[in-house]
Every structure is written in C-alpha cells, then in structure tokens.
Design a protein. Sequence first.
Length: 117
Amino acid sequence: QVQLVESGGGLVQAGGSLRLSCAPSGRTFSVYPLAWFRQAPGKEREFVGATTWTGSNTRYADSVKGRFTISRDNAKNTVSLQMNRLKPEDAAVYYCKAVDSWANDYWGQGTQITVSS
C-alpha cells in the first residue's frame, strides 16, 4: 500500500512563505510524487503545479505563477512546493499527487495552509 506523507503546512501572514514537501511511504517502487493540488472550503480541488520525473519541466496554475515553485529531489523521491508572497486566497488544504508506472494516481491526506491578512 502506498501512502503519501505531506509536511510543511501551517499558518502564515499574507506576504510570507511556506515550503511543502511530500514523500511516499510503504510500497514506493515506481511511485513518483509529481504534483500539488489544493482545495478551499466550498470549492473543488484545483491544480496548483506539476513537474516531470526529472524535474526539468514544470507547469503552474495561472494564479500561482511567479510565486510558487515546484521541485523534485530524485534521490529522495520527494516533491516540494515553495510558496512565496502568499495571499489569503491561497488558503486551502494542499494535496500531493503521485503516479506510478501503470498510471495509477495516489493522493496524500492533505496539509492545511492558513494565510492571515
């Protein structure tokens, strides 16, 4: 069984920074954390950012471009999300998503980000 362990959430003031990390545990063979999503209360889960396995290509939601940076550590098989200049509208539960070699998706339990104005 695969579990994704997310860390780094918390409370931050608007304009501040946080860094999220995600690592798989359990049956981790061929499971690669590659993306972050978020879900605010009353809203659907939305895409935030994604990277390729090598980390050489990245993609972001327009709302976070220029403020968030996604990166992979291939040696540790982790994916991180550096969030700068946070805004109140960034507050949400952030989820890590991983895929395996058979195109199965795995999700973390989520980590709460609260941004005070």
